[in-house]
Design a protein around this ligand. Structure first.
Ligand code: WT7
Length: 651
């Protein structure tokens, strides 16, 4: 264990980041993909030309004319270029002599283990593409994929890409209404779904949900059904069998469609904790280049690695870093039907040992839930294969960060905290693991070539250490189509990139060295005198207390009351003592003005399917308004208990 002062992570600074900085070990630096310390300066000096480095990771059918060009209505990266995404992710690795390398390894909820080599993947993708083509799927069609993490999902995504069709993956846990909304809004007349799947040990039906969604739609939908629970599911009139189509076209050759760089590759809806889902479209050339480059530079993925992204493919993380990035780089990507914190035994060590995982990428919420259950003794499971750990999706507090590095990274592996969004396509803020010191609790500087700032309400950069909103002050290849349109409207082009700024909606501070600490969404703040404090600031201070695994802080708008929901490690401390510790720490380290009025200890916080704490629901419970629909939650079963504990505590 290379960590110095064991108390270091117990002393968060005012904004919640810790003060310790850690260097990566020499053994990591020696083999890292990116280790030239002048990379940031080189990218700055040659912007936007620096992004050739990303495009160079791909094979192009037609070389592009310019790196960044400004059209009438939007910016286009790599304009004039044409490429075949499925060739870049599959065929070219076969041609390069790596046909027997494993592309995809899948671990089913019942412990099944399947491997697809790059040759197998090519065979499957062509068969499914040929099948979809006979059903009428062609360039520009939108195919909705409503499936959990099963091999058929990435295969079908790549089959769509091969035909020039757009996939629209809808997270398998969504309701019929949510599926129908997303199909309707995306104008999608094709649906590939499954009979059901396994979740946390039990079989869950999926077909009825898909059927109800279809009943709600006006358009005629062509359906394809994957048999996950039953090899030979009853199809009826509404579905073609995936297995039958695949078998019928096994061995088919499907000439991949070359796409222009600016053509859309897929649509996906944001998973946000509030408001309506937003459709996001990503362009083929910029997105794929950026996915590959950031996977190479930040996650340090190498072709010989076994890499595990624990996110569901239904979210952008699974698209960019579970499928496109790793496959473009020719690595082995590990896909689990169950989430990382719901593996057999409730922990991921079994798979890390069995598959000899080199790089592991997951959400802080999964790490906290592992921490809550406790780690198995270090001699029980070998985790020495781990070279790098990553997190995404939420701020990670320093205590959880250190726990992650200690128990999964042998106390030595670098940890990258990566900030990004569905709209950004790929990682925006993170350390480069061999070059930048790690500062637990702070995501780090921007990715090279990106310009990140913290701005005030008027859009002006604030002083170092001051809270504001995170903004990206220049276009980047992974930007979604909407941002490419907005940037153009604001007058951005290759010569005047700073004419536009993307204000992300996340609160943050930036220190004098440019390290960005994320403080939750802008909407999640507590007004205090003249300023506002991100609830994440208070949550971080509370999570740094011994025995606490996570905290969700909300303020009831009518009464101004501040409530802190707290979950604890297994042998959780006595509640009265905890309440006192929480209050005195928040008073001292943030401000008496945001000291929680109530501290409620709960077994688990309510989380969205993508793992974000649902603070809105906590606010509804405290204010006694009732909490309504819980279908957006992955753990709806905890809500009843949260309500009971809240009311008991009032008595
Ligand atoms: C929102 C985007 C990016 C893929 C996952 C979710 C939050 C994301 C971090 C991080 C603090 C983070 C932000 C962001 N977020 N990564 N490392 N630290 N917050 O994609 O569903 O579009 O959500 O997730 O609030 O805006 P998404």
């Amino acid at each position: 264990m290379s960590r110095g002062d064991p108390e270091a992570d117990r002393q968060p600074t005012r904004s919640g980041g810790s003060t310790d900085r850690l260097c990566p070990p020499d053994w990591f630096v020696e083999t890292a993909n990116v280790s030239d310390s002048d990379i940031r300066a080189r990218f700055e000096a040659n912007w936007p030309g620096c992004w050739r480095a990303a495009a160079d990771l791909l094979d192009w059918d037609t070389p592009y004319d310019s790196v960044l060009s400004a059209g009438d209505d939007r910016l286009t990266w790599f304009e004039g270029g044409a490429l075949k995404p499925s060739v870049n992710c599959v065929d070219r690795h076969v041609e390069a002599g790596r046909k027997n390398a494993v592309a995809l390894r899948w671990i089913g909820a019942a412990g099944e283990r399947e491997s697809l080599t790059y040759l197998d993947l090519q065979y499957e993708v062509e068969a499914v593409a040929a099948g979809l083509r006979t059903l009428g799927v062609g360039p520009g069609n939108v195919v909705t994929l409503f499936m959990p993490n099963v091999p058929e999902l990435p295969v079908t995504m790549l089959a769509c890409a091969r035909l020039g069709a757009l996939h629209n993956v809808v997270y398998a846990g969504f309701s019929a209404d949510e599926l129908a909304d997303r199909m309707e809004s995306a104008d999608s007349e094709y649906l590939v779904t499954c009979d059901g799947y396994y979740r946390r040990g039990s079989a869950v039906g999926q077909r009825n949900t898909a059927d109800s969604a279809r009943l709600r739609l006006d358009a005629d939908v062509t359906g394809v059904l994957v048999g996950r629970l039953d090899d030979d599911p009853h199809l009826g009139r509404d579905y073609h069998g995936y297995g039958a189509l695949r078998d019928e076209f096994a061995g088919a050759t499907v000439e991949p469609v070359a796409r222009e760089a600016g053509d859309p590759l897929f649509v996906l809806y944001t998973s946000g904790t509030t408001g309506e889902p937003d459709q996001v479209t990503h362009a083929t050339g910029g997105y794929l280049s950026y996915a590959a480059w950031t996977a190479m530079a930040v996650l340090d993925i190498k072709p010989q690695d076994t890499y595990w992204c624990a996110a569901d493919i239904g979210w952008i993380t699974g698209h960019t870093y579970g499928v496109y990035g790793p496959l473009a780089l020719g690595t082995t990507t590990l896909l689990h039907e169950s989430p990382a914190d719901h593996q057999a035994g409730g922990h991921p060590w079994t798979s890390i040992e069995r598959e000899s995982v080199d790089v592991f990428y997951t959400a802080p919420t999964a790490v906290r839930s592992m921490r809550q259950r406790g780690a198995p003794p270090s001699d029980e499971y070998d985790r020495s294969s781990i070279r790098l750990l990553g997190t995404v999706g939420e701020p990670i507090d320093p205590t959880t960060w250190h726990w992650y590095r200690e128990h999964l990274g042998g106390g030595e592996a670098p940890v990258v905290d990566t900030w990004w969004q569905t709209e950004t396509g790929g990682i925006v803020v993170a350390t480069l693991p061999a070059l930048d010191e790690m500062q637990p609790g702070s995501a780090g500087p921007g990715v090279p070539g990106l310009s990140v700032d913290v701005v005030d309400g008027a859009g002006d950069p604030v002083a170092a250490g001051t809270e504001g909103t995170l903004a990206v002050s220049r276009p980047w290849p992974g930007m979604c189509r909407r941002l490419a349109v907005e940037a153009r409207a604001a007058g951005a082009d290759a010569d005047s990139p700073e004419a536009w700024r993307y204000v992300t909606g996340d609160r943050a501070t930036r220190d004098a060295d440019g390290y960005v600490t994320l403080l939750g969404r802008d909407a999640e703040t507590i007004e205090m005198d003249e300023t506002a404090v991100g609830t994440a600031v208070v949550e971080r201070v509370i999570s740094s207390l011994d025995g606490v695994t996570e905290a969700g802080v909300v303020r009831v708008s009518e009464t101004g009351e501040i409530a802190a929901y707290v979950s604890c490690e297994r042998n959780h401390p006595d509640t009265d003592a905890l309440t006192e510790r929480v209050r005195s720490r928040v008073r001292k380290e943030v401000s008496p003005a945001v000291c929680p009025d109530r501290i409620v200890v709960v077994p688990e916080l309510p989380k969205t399917h993508s793992g974000k704490v649902m603070r809105r629901l906590l606010a509804d419970v405290v204010s006694g308004h009732g909490y309504g629909d819980t279908s957006a939650l992955r753990n709806p079963e905890v809500v009843g208990e949260i309500e009971t504990v809240t009311r008991e505590e009032e008595e």
